[in-house]
Design a protein around this ligand. Structure first.
Ligand SMILES: Cc1cc2nc3c(=O)[nH]c(=O)nc-3n(C[C@H](O)[C@H](O)[C@H](O)COP(=O)(O)OP(=O)(O)OC[C@H]3O[C@@H](n4cnc5c(N)ncnc54)[C@H](O)[C@@H]3O)c2cc1C
Length: 406
């Protein structure tokens, strides 16, 4: 079987759904192909800063997510070894991270019926040798889908990124356990983001709502090979529990290992800044967005927000190249002669150019903090601190970014 579509998005995660939603906002149809049979609502909470909330406003779903959110008013940093702590008030006040489930569901329910096709994993991509205007996608169940525009939102291990010739992302030997703890009668922590640096572990804790708290614990992996089994990795991270302050240990214990509200990342994937600077993120009418383009460690907490920005910028760029109503199936997919193809290619080139400038800085900052956290070399640590100071990484520059109107 062979079908032809205007715009195909591979991956129905946060970025794929947000991109389809942004295109829909511009009157352009798309088809999202997701390899799992249902929406992937697992996961814990997603870091969304002011820049991400701005993008959510453009996507028209900020209001419903804000309904239950708490506003963070202070960062509380603690260095256990030095017995030192700081309190930094937050100006501008970001609402806290939404649950990943709430964000995914809000994006999906605001799409026209039939936009997402589940159980459709893409295994291979080739340029269409017959007419040169399409890309041909082969699905896991041996079907063929032709796309006039192909957008890869298929995460860190992206098949579309491989088609573009981007290498596999790198990883840091660090384990991160994310959790959500529920307090039916309200939690006692207040609107504060706690960042706690222990001897060989780090903890973050921030409220999601009055009754829900999001936390992460990170610890170096015992070897560069890391863990393949999530359960074993989780056990290793939580071995440190007895060294946590009592209040934090109690919060982690309440979350109950093995439950859905606890997730451990066995590797911290990232694309280094030089790949962001030089990588080829577009080939004609094919491009990537979200983690497929710029997976980054959790050190600046911008992966989710940057994926939402991608969606807004990409839809805005494409809407300048194709008319409203474009992008459906078969005949409705719109003509795609040489003229169209050129316009689309230029539009995607603009998208990549606009995003590259922003993402090089984000990935550089995340890379420097990641290196600072993981290296044992004093020289490297000093270099990282110096460059971070030059970049003004303590400012809210990243969070204040505005990707503009849809
Ligand atoms: C299940 C899940 C839970 C997560 N939980 C958290 C969390 O709690 N906290 C956090 O900070 N981050 C979490 N993340 C990561 C976070 O969602 C991303 O870093 C960020 O939001 C960017 O999203 P993305 O859409 O680019 O990538 P992803 O969220 O990774 O989404 C990629 C999507 O593409 C699909 N896909 C991949 N390959 C193919 C293919 N070949 N064909 C078709 N579909 C394909 C995947 O199934 C997935 O749905 C999670 C990711 C996933 C997939």
């Amino acid at each position: 079987m062979e079908e032809i579509h205007g715009i195909v998005i591979v991956g129905g995660g946060i970025c794929g759904l947000a991109t389809a939603r942004a295109l829909h906002g511009k009157g352009i149809s798309s088809l999202v192909l997701e390899k799992y049979e249902t929406l992937r609502i697992d996961g814990v909470a997603i870091g969304i800063h002011t820049n991400g909330w701005r993008a959510l406003e453009q996507l028209g779903i900020a209001a419903e997510l804000r309904d239950t959110a708490t506003l963070i008013t202070e960062y509380h940093n603690v260095w256990q070894k030095d017995n030192k702590s700081t309190h930094i008030p937050v100006s501008g006040m970001d609402p806290t991270d939404p649950k990943r489930k709430d964000l995914v569901e809000a994006l999906a329910k605001n799409l026209p019926a039939g936009t997402i096709r589940f159980g459709c994993g893409i295994e291979a991509i080739v340029a269409d040798s017959a007419d040169g205007h399409c890309t041909v996608l082969s699905t896991a169940d041996s079907n063929t889908i032709k796309a006039k525009v192909l957008i890869g939102c298929d995460g860190a291990n992206s098949v579309v990124a491989r088609y573009l010739g981007l290498g596999n992302p790198s990883y840091l030997p660090r384990l991160v356990t994310l959790g959500l703890t529920s307090y039916p009668n309200g939690h006692p922590f207040g609107p504060q983001f706690l960042r706690f640096a222990g001897d060989d572990f780090a903890i973050g804790r921030l409220p999601v709502s009055e009754n829900l708290v999001h936390f992460f614990v990170s610890r170096p992996s015992p070897s560069t090979a890391g863990f393949h089994d999530e359960g074993a990795a989780q056990e290793y991270v939580l071995e440190k529990l007895p060294e946590f302050p009592a209040e934090i240990a109690e919060m982690v214990r309440r979350c109950e290992p093995g439950r859905e509200s606890l997730k451990t990342l066995t590797r911290v994937w990232y694309r280094p800044p030089w790949q962001m600077l030089l990588g080829r993120f577009q080939r004609g009418a094919v491009t990537v967005a979200g983690d497929a383009m710029h997976v980054m460690g959790p050190f600046v907490g911008q992966g989710g927000s940057a994926a939402l920005e991608d969606a807004v910028v990409l839809a805005r760029a494409l809407s300048r190249a194709v008319p409203p109503g474009w992008g459906g199936t078969g005949d409705a997919a719109g003509t795609s002669g040489d003229h169209d193809k050129r316009r689309i290619s230029v539009a995607l080139g603009r998208y990549v150019g606009e995003r590259r400038a922003r993402l090089v800085m984000l990935s550089l900052e995340s890379f420097l903090i990641g290196t600072w956290v993981t290296t044992k070399s004093l020289v490297k640590r000093l270099v990282c601190v110096a460059i971070l100071a030059l970049l003004g990484s303590h400012s809210r520059r990243n969070a204040n970014y505005d990707c503009g109107r849809l």
